[in-house]
Design a protein. Structure first.
Length: 131
């Protein structure tokens, strides 16, 4: 039962950060394209890739801390449900080109970001091992 509290804490923190980042980015870029959600999805994928690889490759992460950071924090932070709704909204408004661009950038960008997170974690682990 204890692990659920860790996930809940991480989820609460991730949700607040998601709102703040999405709002900050969207207010700076305007309302024509859901850039705030795109930035959150890409950075969340990067962070999740990094955290999972790093946490699973080092003994210092307890299952509770790993759950707090991945399922909790990253799960609360990433916004694919919002992504889906915004895509449908674009389609309903007849913005097919924007919807397709948004889906392509979100999906492909998130996969690339997750790979970059894994590479960054791998490099950090190698640095820690030394020559």
């Amino acid at each position: 039962m204890r692990i659920f509290w860790y996930i809940a804490l991480g989820g609460a923190i991730g949700s607040v950060i998601r709102y703040a980042v999405g709002l900050a980015v969207q207010s700076r870029t305007g309302g024509e394209f859901p850039v705030g959600t795109l930035v959150v999805n890409l950075s969340g994928s990067l962070l999740l890739g990094f955290l999972l690889y790093y946490a699973l490759s080092t003994p210092g992460f307890t299952p509770e801390i790993r759950a707090l950071l991945t399922t909790g924090l990253c799960g609360g932070y990433t916004t694919f449900s919002t992504f889906s709704y915004e895509t449908v909204s674009l389609l309903q408004e007849g913005e097919w080109r924007r919807a397709i661009l948004y889906v392509a950038l979100s999906v492909l960008g998130s996969v690339v970001a997750a790979m970059l997170g894994i590479i960054a974690a791998r490099e950090l682990l190698e640095l820690g091992r030394g020559p």
